[in-house]
Design a protein around this ligand. Sequence first.
Ligand code: AMP
Ligand code: MG
Length: 327
Amino acid sequence: MFSLSNPEIRFAVEAVCEAIPLARQIQKEMAGESLTKSDESPVTVADFSIQALIAHRLSQAFPHDPLLAEESSRVLKKGQGTVERVAAYVRQSLPQATPEKIYEWIDHGASGSSDRFWTLDPIDGTKGFLRGAQYVVALALIEKGKVQLGVLGCPHLKNGCEPDLKGQGSIVIAVRGQGTWAAPVSDPKKFRPLKVTDHRSSQDAALLGSVESAHTDKTKLRKLLQALGAKSAAVLMDSQAKYAALAGGRGDFFLYFLPEKKPDYRMKIWDVAPGAILVEEAGGRVSDLLGNPIDFSCGGTLQGNPGLLATNGHLHPIILQELKKIL
Ligand code: AMP
Ligand code: MG
């Protein structure tokens, strides 16, 4: 078991636990309001507020650590009155928050590159957040190109892996070499270990599916499921909640094909790093669609890795073999 008195672990758990009630509050008070980014994806007051809050906390806890995070002040400046609303929410935790401070905190550490840095997706699954479905707060520490620590705050998961839209939510943490653990958000000391399934045959394999079909290639996905004789998703989930569900044995695999309309799409480091260590430390495996390990040393975009495959480990070679035929 990891130690909550380790400074990095304590910081990450506290930061994510502080963010969850804020996300819930904003979701309740501003349902449905969002801006649109240049890639057509939505961004909300919650994304900016949580990034500002965690980035500021990081700058206090580890002043020399850079942060690669999803949002930027450039987009925030386009929304009329948005920064004032963000500042009002952040002031609940940090009374010194002004619009200028919010811009500064959101861009904290964005330009730095280093052997050691953090990555943050303040709201991963913003579409799920807007629909009242799955979303997570995702934070990871990367050292020398390897994820060392990942924490997901999952407001709509119970026991770290089961969908539960009405409950308290979970915090899920993985520390390199020390396993994957989940605790209720209401009691972030009661951790229990998560383990992937032991399914070894493709007929027993259950897919964890995405809600947004534009994030994959539906035709290829159908072909793969057919070839494997695998079970398609009973529950569809947005966000890195799927990594937690896989880590906790609620499914056997998921993957991101390159989307039909964007064959050059590459995932971002904050979409993958926090979740990937959860799966690996629970006994599973994460690679790109060709079976190569994910290279976390190339900045915000995972340039070297097309798509993604995450499995319980046993199924990884079987699925890669089928993927070779389909790709
Ligand atoms: P989901 O797991 O379905 O919530 O999808 C989230 C993932 O989809 C993110 O990790 C992104 O890497 C990926 N994604 C986001 N936008 C796009 C896009 N426009 N095309 C393809 N993939 C995307
Ligand atoms: Mg996000």
